[in-house]
Structures are given as structure tokens and as C-alpha cells.
Design a protein around this ligand. Structure first.
Ligand code: PHE
Length: 455
């Protein structure tokens, strides 16, 4: 990704932009992470908080990041410095995020690859047995091999620079993923006993509302929408002035939230069905999707085939996201160290391969290593999504609201006469609600985690 305005290629039209950004946004965050968090944090209340945050905070931050990118024509690491030398550190801070996420993201990508392999080799029945997933991730070598495969697939695309081809393929794959998700969700929701699970997922129980739920939802929002790490800034820098910013953002966030919602509908009622209504099964954490869906597929007519198709599409969605993550690291190396694309990608790949190993082993031979009481993978996930992303987002809001001023973004959103219907709302969000809200949620939740207050 070159920094010179003249050499910047751009997405052709709105569809191209929306699809590329949605390709980065829709991934394991929606299909794997959202359902297990929703299950863990009280179901309906998590869903409600998430949706409210998505259309308020999510909208505000995504609009801001894309506008910064389009206005400066630069990727995140340079965009902040270009606005004001004093802000250059935000670029540095936000570039730590993909460095933390990519390795463990690829570990989960490896799990998905393994499950695709399972369905292709007609072993779906075994995968539905209790204990299958636990036995798989606790082995030292197998998960590592699949992780390596996933990382290499990501790197090959980045080295060959064929992202554009992948984007074209998303045009077909994403709608198929949507359709298949609807079919599986309908099937899950019509099983006997599913109704309790559906209610758990959609009916908010306010007694389960806590500040930790809100922080978890906020972290998930940043993660799922690829915010707070410069990706949307970079995408914005490739966006044409004539593309309508506001409606693009609306479409991306709608699609992203819809896929997450459907993933919950596929998985959460099924947990109820297959655990016989035992609510403790909801706390399964990162393994939830891998434990529950094989049981759904086993009970489904043609489940072997549907399971295979499903994991293939999830793998595709995961790859489009991991490519955007890896690409971010590569572009930082190219920008900062002046390395060429090939060398930068090779170095990033080696880094990701090494850095992902602890996350993978953390479920087996290194399971005694539990920083802050978490598995190693959960710990990295916590570092990026709960700790760093809110800080970066707060800084972006603060600077836009009080130093650059909201008009800086608003003018960009209105470029070439485009309408910005929610201008007043945006102004209020970026100046008051978003910065204060992020700090309040973050500080109170950290204090609660450390046992300083009980919320
Ligand atoms: N948004 C992606 C997902 O939901 C993950 C991701 C985060 C990708 C940050 C790029 C940047 O899976």
C-alpha cells in the first residue's frame, strides 16, 4: 500500500467498497466470537446492548475512520501523523492491535480449516461426539499443523497481491454464506426444545445487565467491524470521493450485524436443544461453535454436505479477514522500514507463525499458563479487544471532537454533494456520547474486574 496519492488505486464504485470493507468485517468475529459471547453474557441482554452500540458507537467510529482515510489518502500509521505531528502516536498504538490479533485469529482459522477437512472426509459423525473438540485442541501438533496451513493460505494471497480476486469471489460467497446461515438458523430454531434457547437469545433479561456485559459488547463491536486498528482508515483511503460514505457505512454495519445475529440463531438455540436445557452449557466459550454445530449437522438431513459447505464458507470469510489483518502488518512494515512486499510478508508470516504457537498450545500442554486467569488465546483476545481497542477509539473520538472538530469529518462525508442525514446525531455522538461512554464503560469495567467496585 503506497502512500503517494497518485499511486493509490481505488475501489470502483460503492459496491466494490462496501464488499471489500464487509469482507474484512465479516469473519470469525461474527460467526465464532459473537455467539459465544452472547451465550456467556446473558443472551438477549447482550444482543440488545450490542445492537444499540452498533448503530450508535459503531456508526460513529466507522464513519470517522473511513472519512479520515479518504481525507488524508493514507493508511492509519501515517494518517494521524499527517493530520498533526502530535497525533502520530495513535497510528503506532493502533498498529499494535493487528499484531496481537493476527496470530490468534489464525489459530481459530486453523480450527475452521480442520473442521472443513473433517466434513470433506465424511467424519462429521465423530465431530458431533462429546469431547471431540476438546480432544482436538488439547493435542500439541494437530492444531498447530492446521494453524500453519491457514497462515500460509493467508500469506500466499498477500504475497501474490491477489486480494482483488478474492474480493470478486466475495461477491458470490458472501450472499451464499448469508443464505446458508438463514437455512441453518431456521433448522436450529425449529428443533423441539429450541424455543427456550430462542427466548434466551432474543429476550433481554435486565437482571443480567452489568457493565462487564457492556464492555464485552463494545469490544466485540470494534473487533467485528474491524475498527480501532487502522483497517477502515486504509480502506477509506482507497474510497472514491463520489462514493456515498454514510450509506456505505450503514450497509456494512447492517450486513455485519445481520451475520452475527444469524450466527447466534444457528448456535444458541441448538445449545439448549443438545444440552437438554442446561444453561451451564452456555459458558463453553471459544469452543461453542465447534462443539454445537456438528451436533446440528448430524441431526440434519444431508448434514454432512451442509456442514462441509458451511465450514467452507466460514473459512472463506475468515480468510478475507485474516488477509486484511496480515495486509495491515505488511503495509506497516513497508511504510516504516521500507521493506518490499515480499520480504515484509515473509517476515510477517514468520512472526505470526511463532506468535500463534502459545495461543494454540494454551489449550493443551501449556494449559497451566493462565495470565489473569485466562487461556493464552483468551488473554490476547482480551488485550486487543477489551484493553487496546477502546483506548484507540477513545483517542480517535477525542481528537476528532475537540482538536480537528467534527466538521472535519462531516465535510468529508458530504463530499461532492452527498447527503449526511444523521449529521446532528453524528455531531452529538462524537462530541459527547462516544468519548464519555467509552471512558465510563472502560474504567468502570476495569475497576469491577480488579474488584475495586461491584457492578
Ligand atoms: N472483523 C473481523 C471479524 O469479524 C476480524 C478483524 C478484526 C479483521 C480486525 C480485521 C481487523 O472476524
Amino acid at each position: 500500500m503506497k502512500e503517494k496519492e497518485t499511486s493509490r488505486s481505488s475501489f470502483t464504485g460503492k459496491l466494490g467498497f462496501v464488499l471489500a470493507a464487509a469482507g474484512s468485517a465479516v469473519g470469525l468475529g461474527n460467526l465464532w466470537r459473537f455467539p459465544y459471547l452472547a451465550a456467556q453474557y446473558g443472551g438477549g441482554i447482550f444482543l440488545l446492548v450490542y445492537v444499540i452500540l452498533a448503530f450508535t458507537f459503531g456508526f460513529t467510529l466507522m464513519t470517522t475512520e473511513i472519512a479520515i482515510g479518504r481525507k488524508t489518502g493514507k493508511s492509519a500509521i501515517s494518517a494521524f501523523g499527517a493530520l498533526d505531528k502530535r497525533f502520530a502516536f495513535i497510528g503506532g498504538l493502533s498498529s499494535i492491535v493487528p499484531v496481537i490479533i493476527t496470530p490468534y485469529y489464525c489459530v481459530i482459522g486453523g480450527w475452521v480449516t480442520k473442521y472443513l477437512g473433517v466434513y470433506l472426509s465424511s467424519a462429521g459423525r465423530a465431530a458431533a461426539e462429546d469431547g471431540y473438540f476438546g480432544a482436538f485442541i488439547s493435542q500439541p501438533w494437530q492444531p498447530l499443523v492446521w494453524f500453519f496451513v491457514f497462515v500460509l493460505a493467508t500469506s500466499v494471497v498477500v504475497i501474490l497481491g491477489v486480494e482483488k480476486g478474492i474480493e470478486k469471489a466475495s461477491k458470490i460467497m458472501m450472499p451464499i454464506l448469508l443464505l446458508l446461515s438463514i437455512v441453518i438458523a431456521i433448522y436450529s430454531c425449529t428443533r423441539p426444545g429450541a424455543i427456550d434457547g430462542i427466548l434466551y437469545y432474543v429476550r433481554p433479561d435486565f437482571s443480567k445487565l452489568s457493565v462487564k456485559t457492556v464492555l464485552a459488547a463494545l469490544g466485540q463491536l470494534f473487533y467485528s467491524m474491524s475498527l480501532a486498528m487502522g483497517i477502515m482508515i486504509t480502506y477509506g483511503s482507497y474510497m472514491q470521493k463520489s462514493t456515498d460514505l454514510e450509506s456505505s457505512v450503514r450497509q456494512i454495519e447492517f450486513f455485519d450485524t445481520l451475520i452475527a445475529f444469524l450466527a447466534g440463531l444457528m448456535i444458541i438455540p441448538a445449545v439448549f436443544v443438545f444440552s437438554g436445557g442446561d444453561e451451564s452449557a452456555m459458558g463453553a466459550g471459544p469452543g461453542l461453535m465447534f462443539i454445537t454445530l456438528p451436533k446440528v449437522f448430524l441431526s440434519m438431513p444431508g448434514g454432512q454436505l451442509i456442514g462441509g459447505a458451511f465450514f467452507f464458507l466460514v473459512l472463506f470469510a475468515a480468510l478475507t479477514s485474516s488477509i486484511s489483518l496480515m495486509e495491515t502488518i505488511v503495509s506497516i512494515l513497508m511504510d516504516r522500514l521500507g521493506w518490499n512486499r515480499l520480504f515484509s510478508t515473509v517476515m510477517s508470516t514468520i512472526f505470526v507463525l511463532l506468535a500463534g504457537i502459545p495461543s494454540s498450545l494454551g489449550f493443551g500442554v501449556w494449559s497451566h499458563v493462565t495470565p489473569l486467569g485466562m487461556d493464552i488465546l483468551d488473554f490476547f483476545d482480551f488485550l486487543s479487544n477489551t484493553l487496546l481497542m477502546p483506548i484507540v477509539s477513545f483517542l480517535i473520538c477525542f481528537i476528532v471532537a475537540y482538536i480537528l472538530k467534527p466538521d472535519f469529518i462531516i465535510e468529508e462525508a458530504k463530499a461532492e454533494g452527498a447527503a449526511f442525514r444523521t449529521e446532528k446525531f453524528y455531531r452529538f455522538m462524537i462530541r459527547v456520547v462516544a468519548p464519555i461512554g467509552i471512558v465510563a464503560i472502560w474504567v468502570s469495567s476495569m475497576a469491577a474486574s480488579l474488584g475495586l467496585i461491584s457492578l
